[in-house]
Design a protein around this ligand. Structure first.
Ligand SMILES: [Mn+2]
Length: 209
């Protein structure tokens, strides 16, 4: 990942309150975007997407957000918590609005989340219409690695059966090839959940390239 044109920022969370961690990620994201570089975040917890999208949106008011995720993550709150991996797409929706958010690959969520996604038309199809929708606008791409089928990537915190194949994800990425990438992230890799012979680390590397 090291090159003369790339810089790495590392934000350790430890036991800090989540708001503090998010504001530190926001600060790091602001520096990257100020230098007119492409923001690229790696998780861990899917919530890291939120501060990155917030910063990208601050610079590009017409930002579109494409989320690949097994989960809708559209809950208003998860238990008592409004800032969680289970609410991250809801917070993004609150920020960018229904016309600027696409969620692909989701196969898990509550009845209410699926109803909301249907009502707002958030689950766009991974065909030519996605390319037309994203064309000419800055795009933020968030890939929760659990969008892949667990047979392809078991090492994630909340795996869901019936996921995408590697080739399907690549086909979606190909649709976005002409888009202006403002930032992206890869989240939810969980090494402790990785079987001894499992491939998730190299699979994440494949995505990164
Ligand atoms: Mn997920």
């Amino acid at each position: 990942m090291r090159s003369p044109t790339s810089e790495t920022f590392r934000v350790e969370s430890g036991s800090e309150p989540v708001e503090h961690v998010l504001s530190r990620i926001r600060e790091a994201a602001a520096i990257v975007l100020e230098r007119r570089k492409i923001l690229f975040a790696l998780g861990g917890e899917h919530l890291v997407t939120l501060p990155c999208v917030e910063e990208a949106h601050r610079r590009h008011r017409d930002l579109t957000v494409v989320v690949l995720d097994a989960h809708l993550d559209l809950r208003e709150r998860y238990g008592e918590v409004g800032l969680s991996h289970a609410t991250v797409s809801r917070r993004i929706l609150d920020l960018v609005g229904r016309d600027s958010l696409a969620i692909l690959g989701a196969r898990s969520g509550t009845r209410e989340e699926f109803a909301l996604a249907r009502e707002l038309g958030l689950r766009r199809r991974g065909d030519g219409s996605l390319r037309d929708w994203a064309a000419g606008r800055p795009v933020y791409l968030s890939i929760d690695l659990d969008v892949l089928d667990p047979s392809e990537l078991p090492g994630t915190g909340t795996p869901e059966a019936g996921g995408m194949r590697w080739g399907e994800v690549q086909a979606i990425l190909a649709l976005l090839r002409g888009a202006r990438l403002a930032g992206m992230d890869l989240t939810e890799l969980s090494p402790p959940w990785t079987p001894p012979a499992g491939p998730p680390s190299w699979r994440r590397s494949s995505f990164a390239r």
